[in-house]
Design a protein around this ligand. Structure first.
Ligand code: NOJ
Length: 558
């Protein structure tokens, strides 16, 4: 047996602007999530910003992604890291200015990168002008109708209007003090108390968001990632859930505030707006639904283009479970003519190198790389979260004193681990903040671990064994092979237990993807010419067989 590592791929695989502007670009796009406060800090305040992102666009182009999704950078008190928007048409000074946003868009487009921005329509900030006015104008005022204000239960209205729990823990209702100083009505917030929910039955709310969409489309954005896309419409009468149990984003119960049928009307409305602009602007649903079939409902003709596949993200490293979720996803999406999407990490979940390995550092990187090859081999569109291309682990040792995630402070809420995946990126150098900011020893809003020096972009660039070069190769091969990228189906191949193997066919040739999810090496036929492997493979001298070690994946051209 000889040992074979990742194949060398041409770095000059076709990256022309024409290729990225092909029709329905989003069907096979690799979309990179930038979390602005943690990406790159241009002014040294310890928080990333738009000029910082602009400076690093060439890095993203070289990485080989098609588009960038920017988490919120709008005017916000940052009670939930910008998902509490005080003004939907302004850039928060901490991130820059509207001109910075304009320049970022222009420069990205010049490099052949599309840009999607986050839209947060379920709720705003309690500092939003409308909410402040609603507080001032008191019960019965028209401004209160734009939110869910209700009298409390109990003799003195001292109990919340219903039993709904906030996703961040505790009641989903807070009581206000009325202008005359008396304890008054309650308002609904499915997330933090600083994030009051809009009432989407109110036409003014709908009209306002049409206008916000147009504002950013006019500025040139290529689409929107829609926050809590399953939450805007609540069941009439706001009925009790029937049990004061904690609500998780992916909750398998039918809940009166998630995934209500009425929400689809909004997306028909928005699709017409998106389609009225040239260049295929897209809408992507962040909808935590109980099944992929429920997610597909957001992508029916005339609705949105993509939805995040959280069922895939939450699937364990288990061959049968993965095969089931992949099959179900492809079937559900094909039924509505939408592309499947795949995602392993984002700013709300434990980074997948840590999550999939259960904290076992020895398997973390190999398994994460194998998972990446599987994800990039599947038909459809892929979301990459900043830093996963560096193999960053979840930072699990953040002291309570530096934590900022509101969920962390609301006791029985979600795991409260979201700060650990939001630690600023290491770009270069031996000491924190590793090139995140302009000064060698400047601040970063969350501390970076010492071990990150060897994970920086500079440290990994040019090292053929690094995770960064592996991502670059994988994205280049995916772009160059007609059988990879967009598509609707896979052909499953017989494989030893614990191995997922499938073929993808196109006019220009076929590709086999095999990933060993089991705990022991597996012997497979040598399917053809090795395109890329996530780690070393043992190859039989007569090349009839190949041994795929545990936690390893590979692609072959056949
Ligand atoms: C989902 C976002 O991804 C998350 O970060 C945020 O806290 C909630 N929506 C509320 O906006």
């Amino acid at each position: 047996m000889t040992s074979q590592t990742s194949a060398v791929v041409p770095q000059s695989a076709d990256r022309s602007a024409a290729a990225t502007q092909r029709e329905e670009w989003w069907r096979g796009a690799v979309i990179y999530q930038v979390y602005p406060r943690s990406f790159a800090d241009s002014d040294g305040d310890g928080i990333g910003d738009l000029p910082g992102i602009r400076e690093r666009l060439p890095y993203l182009r070289r990485l080989g992604v098609d588009a960038v999704w920017l988490s919120p950078f709008y005017a916000s008190p940052q009670a939930d890291a910008g998902y509490d928007v005080a003004d939907y048409r302004r850039v928060d000074p901490v991130f820059g200015t509207l001109d910075d946003a304009r320049e970022l868009l222009d420069e990205a487009h010049g490099l052949g990168l599309r840009v999607i921005v986050d839209l947060v329509p379920n709720h705003c900030s309690d500092q939003h002008e409308w909410f402040q006015q609603a507080l001032r104008e008191g019960p019965g005022s028209p401004m209160r109708e734009r939110f869910h204000f209700r009298p409390g239960q109990g003799d003195d209205g001292e109990l919340p209007p219903n039993d709904w729990q906030s996703v961040f823990g505790g009641s989903a209702w807070d009581r206000v003090t009325e202008p005359d100083g008396t304890p008054g009505e309650w308002y609904l917030h499915l997330f933090a108390p600083q994030q009051p929910d809009f009432d989407w039955q109110h036409e003014t709310v709908r009209e306002e968001f049409r206008s916000v969409l147009r504002f950013w489309l006019d500025l040139g954005v290529d689409g929107f990632r829609i926050d809590v896309a399953h939450g805007m419409v609540k069941a009439p009468g706001l009925p009790d859930v029937g049990g004061r149990t904690e609500v998780q984003l992916l909750d398998n119960r039918e809940l009166p505030f998630f995934d209500q049928d009425g929400v689809h009307e909004i997306y028909h409305d928005w699709r017409a707006i998106l389609d009225s602009y040239p260049g295929e602007r897209i809408g992507v649903a962040e909808a935590w639904t109980s099944t992929v079939a429920r997610s597909a409902r957001y992508l029916r003709p005339g609705e949105l283009h993509q939805a995040f596949n959280f069922s895939y993200l939450t699937t364990d490293w288990d061959a049968d479970a993965l095969r089931t979720v992949i099959t179900d996803s492809l079937e559900a999406m094909a039924a509505v003519g939408a592309p499947a999407t795949w995602v392993l990490s984002n700013h709300d979940v434990v980074r997948h190198s840590t999550r999939l390995s259960g904290g076992d550092a020895a398997v973390a990187v190999p398994r994460a790389r194998a998972a990446t090859l599987l994800m990039l081999g599947l038909p459809g569109s892929v979301y990459v979260y900043q830093g996963e291309e560096l193999g960053l682990p979840e930072v699990t040792e953040l002291p309570a004193g530096v934590r900022q995630d509101p969920a962390f402070f609301r006791g029985d809420g979600q795991s409260g681990l979201r700060d650990g995946c939001r630690v600023p990126l290491p770009w270069s150098g031996e000491r924190a903040p590793y090139g995140f900011g302009p000064a060698g020893d400047g601040p970063s809003w969350l501390p970076q671990p010492e071990s990150w020096a060897k994970l920086s972009v500079a440290a990994q660039t040019g090292d053929p064994d690094s995770t960064l070069e592996f991502y670059r190769s994988a994205l280049a091969v995916r772009r160059a092979e007609p059988a990879l990228g967009a598509g609707e189906s896979v052909t499953w191949l017989d494989a030893p237990a614990g191995v997922l193997a499938f073929r993808r066919d196109a006019d220009g040739g076929s590709v086999v993807c095999a990933v060993n999810v089991g705990g022991t090496p597996a012997v497979l036929p040598s399917y053809g010419r090795l395109l890329l492997a996530s780690g070393p493979l043992a190859v039989d001298p007569d090349e009839a067989e190949v041994t795929l070690p545990a936690d390893t994946g590979a692609w072959w051209a056949v």
